[in-house]
Structure formats: C-alpha cells, structure tokens
Design a binder for this molecule. Structure first.
Ligand code: PRP
Length: 178
C-alpha cells in the first residue's frame, strides 16, 4: 500500500468485479446498437479503459475534458471545456463515462452541451457518486458505487494530479493534503 494512503475503500479486485458487472449490464441494454463511449478526461480514463473491455458490442471511443474554476478540492460551479470531442455525435448512441460525480456541476454542463448536439440517445455511467455533495440534480443510468463525502484518490482519480496510478481507490492521510 502507498505510504500516503489512510484506508483502501475499494481494492483492485472489487473494482474489477463491479466494472465487469457494469459492462455486462451495458452490453445487455444496448443489444443491436453501436455505442459511442465518451470519457471525461482525465479522471475517467482508467475506468473507461477497463469498462470497454467488458462491453461486448461494436463501439468507438472519444474524449472530452472540462474543468471548473476553483481550488483543487472545491468546485466554483463555473465549468469550461478544455478539450472537445474529435467527431460529431449526431444520431449516435452516446454513453458518457465519468469517474466521480461530486457537486454534479461538471456533468450537468457536459450533459447539456452534448445533448444539444442531438445524439440518438444519451446515457451516463459513473464509477463513483457522492450524493451528499450534489448541488445540481443529475440522473445517472449506470453507477459503480455510492461513496461518503471523503477525499479519495486512485484508479484515475488524483490529488494535485498525483495518485491516478493506484490500482485501488483510497483515502489519503490528512497530513498529505493539509
Ligand atoms: C473530477 C471528476 C469529475 C468532476 C466531478 O474531475 O473527474 O469530472 O471532478 O466534480 P463535480 O461533480 O463537482 O463537478 P477534475 O475536475 O478533478 O479533473 P480530472 O478528471 O482531470 O482529475
């Protein structure tokens, strides 16, 4: 275990199992369709890479990046696009993949932006959700786990851009981010 880690919330094995289940569920629900899986950079990158390998359907991937102004731990609510998609999504079956929904502001902005481009369908898959922190209500179609309002890292999720490479999801020792 990494020296800065306080507690492991989800081990690599637990993540693998849940991601496999989500992949199966998505495979079943999109039978006969071709999917466009859109990852929200950078956090969702690791989750997306594992998830698509459990989706047994023809699919393509694309990426979008957004950021909200504010400190590293508190979103201001003003979201801006850092990187747009490479291709149009009109008439495509879009599945937007996030690592974490916190206030919901990033996802709300991205969902409105993408739905305006008239995809054939639009659904959201998040690995983690902190429902207690929500500032704007967001409906999620596929979810890995609900988590309490704790600061977490690993499996793509960072603190100051570090710890994304941990194979598990963990809380950090308070002295690390104090
Ligand atoms: C995280 C996460 C979501 C967003 C959720 O990304 O990946 O995109 O915050 O927060 P919200 O629900 O309060 O809007 P972050 O901005 O940390 O960027 P990163 O994915 O590049 O780490």
């Amino acid at each position: 275990m990494h020296n800065d880690v306080k507690e492991v919330l989800f081990s690599a094995e637990e993540l693998e199992k849940r991601v496999r289940e989500l992949g199966k569920q998505i495979t079943a629900e999109y039978q006969g369709k071709e999917l466009l899986v859109i990852g929200v950079l950078k956090g969702a990158n690791v989750f997306l890479a594992d998830l698509i390998r459990h989706i047994e359907l023809p699919l393509e991937i694309d990426f979008i990046a957004a950021a909200s102004y504010g400190s590293s731990t508190e979103s201001s609510g003003v979201v801006r696009l850092l990187k747009d998609l490479d291709y149009p999504i009109e008439n495509r079956h879009v599945l937007l993949v996030e690592d974490l929904i916190d206030t919901g502001l990033t996802l709300h902005y991205l969902a409105e932006n993408l739905k305006a481009r008239q995809p054939a369908s639009f659904q959201i898959c998040t690995l983690l959700d902190k429902p207690e922190r929500r500032k704007v209500s967001m409906e999620v179609d596929y979810k890995g786990f609900d988590i309490p309002d704790e600061f977490i890292v690993g499996y793509g999720i960072d603190f100051n851009q570090k710890y994304r490479n941990l194979s598990y999801i963990a809380t950090l020792k308070p002295e690390v981010y104090a």
